[in-house]
Ligand binder design. Structure first.
Ligand code: AMP
Length: 401
């Protein structure tokens, strides 16, 4: 990759500013799922093992008013990180000023310090000023002044232009590097999209066509086949004149769906049959129907013939990128399509299988197939932006090698 990585930086005795993604669920002051903290450990360990002083920045949730702040303090994360690293982590409850600067001055080689939630900067004196989220130039410059080098390991925010990623990096020309997690994401998603081993099959699902039009557009030129499942399939049904009953359809996207179908030819693979329900409920009456869906029924999962057809398309694939579930997987009675496809991907041992996007990641984890796949992206919005073929500002700002 043409970007600097953490291994290219001098670290011994250096104040190493690090943007990590510690945006984890916290309830009653305790961290829930700590996957994101665990995912950042290799880079943090590398930095401290090489004598760096790790100064960590992360956002947590969204802060729009003063009252949002107490519940979104990173203090519980510092505790969990300290347990995971098995060493003390200094938590600084502010994002700027003497207390932070003194704490940094007191650090020794190998120490770890976590700065308060960067989005505390979004609200000042009760006003929503978005200094972090709006990439306030002074803020990026100030944070950059606190360190010697910068490591960005927060892929999950790479599609955003914030002071703590783009701001710091642009103020540290030649000294801003990617961490291991960022490097891995760029490698897998980048290779899949720009240099895939073929056949390259994309599986797109989830609720809305509108969220994925950019991805379909970009992948139509790059993938050999695009499988469409989930709620978005029925807007394509409507575009083809197939009856959709009460299924999810974005009426204002039917024309776009028609254009995509025209352009795609036989590249696009739609479900043949569906599990339809008489209401949006796990206990609904259901049946499997092929083609037209009658009024009063809504498609909530792909049917068994679709699963077989999709497997058939996938079986020779060498690269698979999956974004979005095949049905309403949160309800057990409509999770089968997603589960079957996930399990099948797990058997494709000769292929690189990549899952990107929050809901599909949640789905493969919930369904227990995550460890059989090559790469599970940590960033929902960021991986979509990548699949759309758009530049991610957080990555663009990292120094070139
Ligand atoms: P997305 O965030 O776009 O990946 O969409 C994920 C959501 O799509 C999940 O919450 C699913 O329950 C929902 N979904 C998938 N298939 C359907 C469907 N056939 N009808 C309604 N919602 C669906």
């Amino acid at each position: 990759m043409a970007k600097l990585t953490v291994e290219d930086l001098p670290l011994e005795g250096k104040k190493v500013l690090m943007r990590v993604d510690f945006n984890v669920p916290i309830k009653d002051g305790v961290v829930g799922d700590d996957n994101r903290i665990v995912a950042a450990l290799p880079t943090i360990k590398y930095v401290i093992d090489h004598g760096g002083r790790a100064i960590l920045f992360s956002h947590l949730g969204r802060i729009k008013k003063e009252e949002d702040k107490p519940g979104l303090s990173l203090r519980p994360v510092a505790e969990r990180l300290s347990n995971l690293l098995n060493k003390p982590v200094t938590f600084v409850p502010v994002t700027e000023g003497k207390q932070l600067e003194d704490a940094i001055d007191n650090m020794k080689n190998g120490d770890v310090l976590l700065v308060q939630n960067t989005r505390y900067e979004d609200v000042k004196d009760g006003e929503y000023v978005k200094r972090e989220s709006g990439n306030d130039p002074e803020l990026g410059k100030y944070w950059a002044s606190l360190g010697d080098v910068f490591v960005n390991d927060a892929f999950g925010t790479a599609h955003r232009k914030h002071a703590s990623n783009v701001g710091i990096a642009t103020n540290m020309p030649g000294k801003a590097a990617a961490g291991y997690l960022m490097e891995k994401e760029i490698k897998f998603l980048g290779d899949a999209v720009d240099n895939p081993e073929r056949p390259f099959v994309a599986i797109l699902g989830g609720a809305k066509v509108s969220d994925k039009i950019g991805v379909i557009d970009n992948l139509l030129d790059k993938a050999d086949k695009i499988i469409i499942g989930g709620g978005m399939a029925y807007t394509f049904y409507a575009a083809k004149g197939i009856k959709v009953g009460n299924s999810l359809v974005e009426k204002d996207k039917i024309d776009v769906a028609k254009q995509i179908l025209d352009k795609a030819g036989d590249k696009l693979v739609l479900p043949i049959d569906n599990v339809v329900a008489d209401k949006f409920n796990n206990d609904a009456d259901t049946r499997v129907v092929e083609g037209d869906i009658d009024d009063g029924w809504m498609a909530l999962d792909i049917g068994p013939k679709s699963v077989e057809e999709f497997k058939n398309v996938l079986k020779d694939a060498k690269t698979v990128v999956w974004n979005g579930p095949m049905g309403v997987f949160e309800m057990p009675n409509f999770a089968k399509g997603t589960l079957e496809i996930g399990k099948f991907l797990g058997t494709l041992t000769d292929a690189t299988t990549i899952v990107g996007g929050g809901d599909s990641t949640a789905a493969v984890k919930e369904l227990g197939v995550a460890d059989k796949l090559t790469h599970i992206s940590t960033g929902g919005g960021a991986s979509l932006t990548y699949l759309e073929g758009n530049e991610l500002p957080g990555i663009a700002a990292i120094s070139d090698k």
